[in-house]
Design a protein around this ligand. Structure first.
Ligand SMILES: O=C[C@H](O)COP(=O)(O)O
Length: 348
């Protein structure tokens, strides 16, 4: 077994090997993580959330990404982990069933045979956690990944702006679930945050969660639109109180997508919610994460701020359309010392 393959095993904590503090206090079930049931909207708790110190968050991010970088020797294992934490995404106006089928084929076999062999992965299946598509491609995706363990994620609720009537947005969720989506990424109407309409936002997300049924709910905040980090933290908290399984940064369509300081603000909200309720909420940075190095920075942030459980697909995902290409190139470089052209790592 090569070092990368061995590291993959040692770097692969299971949810049964959680840090004591979490295992002792949180409702971790034998077969996974207890689903967040949500709670009543607690405006007093929101009020008690302190103002966010942006420069302190930026300093923390700088120290995490500079001083706690992953050693070169371990990078291959961590990059393999980044693949397994990925929602491999296509959200383009020119998506077609054929493109989506090709993307699913890539998800099922994300690495070239020579890279798998070079890393000594043997039968170890390294695959993205989910394929993420628009509603019209849910059925195609569900059919293409059937039996592989890859989840089917649909962006929903009038993505990316969330401005259709509520009933329409709920029907969209129901339609995606009926077509085979087991994860639903909803967007919030940003105006509800600007207007501090927390009750309305909470009620909408509760309705989204009900429409999801067993499908897991990821709530996209559109953080690049939210103007302040305090808005980001408050919107994250309302989403979790309303029963979100994950909070997600961005649609990939805002002018500013996932940034580490915003991610840190959301991660701190996840910690506050955990301390308040005992429930572990997932985090999905998405939009503009396209380099292997960026993915490692996010993993360092998660490990240092929330701990090992958030390096599992149950609690962490990258939403990314082109990250896999760069990771494959970096793995090839790790093996050969050379970079190949992007076209050798075709996506779809
Ligand atoms: O949810 C995922 C994002 O839309 C993907 O954004 P990206 O194309 O910038 O990777």
């Amino acid at each position: 077994m090569t070092k990368a393959a061995a590291d993959l095993k040692t770097e692969a904590p299971s949810v049964t090997a959680l840090p004591v503090r979490v295992a002792a206090n949180a409702p971790i079930e034998a077969h996974g993580i207890a689903r967040n049931p949500g709670m009543k909207l607690d405006l007093g708790f929101l009020e008690s959330m302190r103002n966010v110190n942006r420069s302190a968050l930026e300093r923390r991010v700088a120290s995490l990404t500079k001083r706690r970088s992953i050693k070169a020797d371990n990078q291959a294992a961590w990059l393999l982990r980044s693949i397994s934490l990925m929602d491999l995404t296509t959200l383009n106006s020119n998506d077609t069933d054929e493109r989506v089928r090709r993307l699913c084929a890539k998800a099922i076999n994300p690495l070239r045979a020579d890279i798998i062999e070079g890393l000594g992965l043997g039968d170890e299946k390294i695959r993205p956690a989910a394929v993420c598509v628009y509603h019209p491609f849910v059925a195609t995706t569900a059919e293409a990944v059937k039996g592989t363990g890859i989840h089917v994620a649909a962006v929903s609720t009038s993505f990316p702006h969330g401005l259709a009537p509520l009933r329409t947005r709920i029907q969209e969720i129901e339609a995606s679930v009926a077509d085979g989506a087991d994860e639903i990424d909803v967007v919030i109407p940003r105006g509800l945050v600007f207007g501090a309409k927390w009750q309305e936002l909470y009620d909408e997300i509760v309705a989204f969660r009900a429409a999801c049924g067993e499908a897991h709910l990821k709530v996209i905040l559109g953080t690049g639109d939210l103007a302040t980090l305090r808005n980001v933290m408050l919107a994250s908290m309302v989403a979790m109180m309303a029963g979100a399984d994950f909070v997600k940064t961005s649609t990939g369509k805002e002018s500013v997508n996932a940034t580490l300081p915003v991610g840190l603000a959301m991660v701190r909200s996840i910690r506050a919610y955990f301390e308040h309720t005992g429930y572990l909420i997932g985090f999905k940075p998405a939009g503009g994460i396209s380099t292997a190095k960026a993915s490692l920075d996010w993993l360092v942030l998660m490990k240092e701020e929330l701990g090992r459980p958030w390096l599992e697909p149950e609690l962490f995902r990258f939403g990314a359309s082109s990250l896999l290409t760069d990771i494959e190139r970096q793995l090839e470089h790790h093996l050969t010392g050379r970079y190949s052209a992007n076209h050798r790592h075709a996506m779809a």
